[in-house]
Ligand binder design. Structure first.
Ligand SMILES: [Zn+2]
Length: 262
């Protein structure tokens, strides 16, 4: 099982028109301002339908349980800090830090996200909403100093290209397929997949790849986890996914199923 890897949960929100941000000079931190739990969907809905904005004003939303959600696209001008939207990324932390303290999980997630953004944009300025605008946000208990510390992060590269590269490496390990690790499913990779279809009771790196992809698609392998053994649990989830994606439900992973696991 993969652990301690920063995962940004993507969304498929519908946004109105937003401008592209030309410069990224700082990160502005916010709190949601309420102690009750709120999903990112609730905030998006509130900003879009009550405030009449293009959609959620923040670029990221960090929840109390340490999960990180994407808000509006990272390259757009936010709607979170008047006067600083044009040159900043806005992160909202769930909670009211005038009244409560931040959980360890949320703090760690925030540190990782900030470390990642600092490196990505080569910036070091991390401020609170109240530093750039008239506001109490993000509250006096907000752990600004800790979030500013140099943290580290480990992000999962979940791009299609990388996922295919992982598959090609697995096929090479299993069968000396000699595939180029180019991240493209061409004729040779297709042939290698179909010659080595994963079926019940096989043990392989390919099977491990299938298990990792099932988890990435939201299935859980509670009993055996990612063990590289294509047992009944994995086969059951493959069948579930085949059913859900409208392909033959045979529990065997060939090219059609691989395509649905990308
Ligand atoms: Zn704020």
């Amino acid at each position: 099982m993969r652990r301690n890897i920063m995962k940004i949960v993507e969304n498929n929100f519908k946004f109105g028109t937003m401008d592209i941000r030309n410069t990224t000079e700082q990160i502005v931190c916010h709190h949601s301002g309420v102690t009750v739990l709120q999903s990112v969907e609730i905030i998006h809905d509130y900003h879009k339908n009550t405030k009449g904005w293009a959609g959620i004003g923040y670029h990221f939303y960090v929840r109390k349980d340490g999960s990180i959600y994407r808000g509006r696209p990272e390259n757009t001008v936010g709607a979170h800090a008047v006067g600083a939207n044009y040159n900043s990324i806005g992160i909202c932390f769930e909670g009211n830090f005038s009244k409560e303290k931040m959980s360890e999980e949320q703090l760690n997630a925030g540190k990782e996200l900030i470390a990642y953004l600092k490196e990505k944009y080569n910036i070091s300025k991390i401020v609170g909403h109240k530093n750039v605008d008239t506001s109490e946000c993000p509250g006096n208990n907000f752990p600004m100093d800790e979030l500013r510390e140099n943290g580290s992060y480990n992000i999962e590269d979940d791009s299609n290209e990388n996922v295919v590269k992982e598959l090609q490496k697995a096929l090479n390990k299993d069968n000396n397929s000699g595939l180029d690790i180019d991240g493209i499913i061409g004729p040779l990779t297709t042939k290698a997949i179909n010659n080595n279809m994963v079926r019940n009771f096989s043990v392989s790196e390919f099977a491990r790849w299938v298990q990792e992809r099932l988890i990435a698609k939201g299935y859980s392998l509670n009993e055996f986890g990612v063990d590289g053994k294509y047992g009944g649990e994995t086969e059951g989830k493959v069948k579930e996914h085949q059913q859900k994606t409208g392909i033959d439900v045979d529990g065997i992973v060939g090219i059609n199923t691989v395509n649905k696991l990308l």
